[in-house]
Design a protein around this ligand. Sequence first.
Ligand SMILES: Cc1cc2nc3c(=O)[nH]c(=O)nc-3n(C[C@H](O)[C@H](O)[C@H](O)COP(=O)(O)OP(=O)(O)OC[C@H]3O[C@@H](n4cnc5c(N)ncnc54)[C@H](O)[C@@H]3O)c2cc1C
Length: 388
Amino acid sequence: MAHDPRILISGASIAGPTLAYWLVRNGFRPTVVERSPALRPGGNGVDIRGSSVRIAERMGVLPALRERATDIRELTFVDAADRRVAGMSTRIFNADGDIEIMRGDLAQVLYEATADDVEFTFGDSIAAITQRPDAVEVTFDSGEQAEFDLVIGADGLHSRTRNLAVTPEADALHHLGVYFATARVDAGLGRPHAVTLYNTPGKVAGVYRSGAHDGATAFFAFREARVLDVDHRDENAQKALLSTYFDDRAWQVPALLEQATADDGFYFDAVSQVRLPAWSSGRVALVGDAGYCATLLSGAGAALAIEGAHLLATELAAAGGDHRIAFHRYEQALRPTVLRAQRSVRTSSSMLIPATGGHIWLRNQLTRLMVLQTLASRVYRPVAVRAA
Ligand SMILES: Cc1cc2nc3c(=O)[nH]c(=O)nc-3n(C[C@H](O)[C@H](O)[C@H](O)COP(=O)(O)OP(=O)(O)OC[C@H]3O[C@@H](n4cnc5c(N)ncnc54)[C@H](O)[C@@H]3O)c2cc1C
């Protein structure tokens, strides 16, 4: 490989900026292209745990992350009259030193740690990739063309990089039978320091309200085994769909829906895992959700993105830029952790979105016993890769 390899990263959320940071630290020259016109806000709290805490520390961002950390103390299950019927302390999910932070805040902190050393282009996307033995030719939506030594897809669940160069989306995504939406709402709709959840069979609506933040986020999830015919970029169709699934007007669902569907940070998607036979093809590799999404039900997406990005940069440096060796070692080291996280989701979906009225009742009874709390703590324990 040429000296000072040129590396294109697609996607500027969690995996992209982290990878850019560590590539610069290891002497590479990355540039980042992000499809959105600016960093995308939105999302609920995500967890930094295990090795990702140590990686964040070495990036010097730990104080900023702690400053913006959320302050959630309980999962509170309520009935239609907003009475608390069960609850679980968040302490059982977290180890000392773990950080929960709003996804948008995490992306902002990681971007700020990287932006001085790396060129970011917003509002553009890879349109075509042609691999040659010695380089990758890339054409962008803007019409520009450029050549890189390597291209890394950090462009999330619907990664275009993956689709163009590694595996078609239809073969990559495995629908878990759940759809999820989230958006910002007034803090007054939630209980401070709590994630409030209202269940009906196969559905949950809720509010995530940190004590340390002004606003709150609403979230909705529903079980639907079919793959619905809704474009992941057609927000109006998604909002209409969500409203048809939550038309029962119980609890504060109408108010949450009204505010959520008016928010420009509205996010909706199928809960799908990315399972690939290989995370790279030639000079193109994938990191974060693009390569191995475990879904929000795993509680591990952000940590796996940070750990994977750090590992990929480290292996590229260790292999002297030889991508064949580096991509192989990166995948070998991370795959077992990803598989564990991907397997963990079944228990958490039964707990958060019980399928029947009987299951809701049972879940509420079990939360009063230590047994479910212990089970849940196992599911959500940190997925640590290896010492950073
Ligand atoms: C708006 C939003 C809200 C989310 N909310 C939650 C949540 O509430 N809970 C949770 O657990 N997880 C949530 N996630 C997912 C979570 O961020 C990831 O699971 C995890 O952090 C791994 O991050 P990632 O960087 O690999 O992927 P992502 O965070 O999905 O980021 C992918 C990035 O790539 C960009 N991108 C997409 N396509 C292209 C393209 N063609 N060209 C260039 N850039 C592209 C996207 O705009 C985005 O910035 C959310 C993601 C987003 C984008």
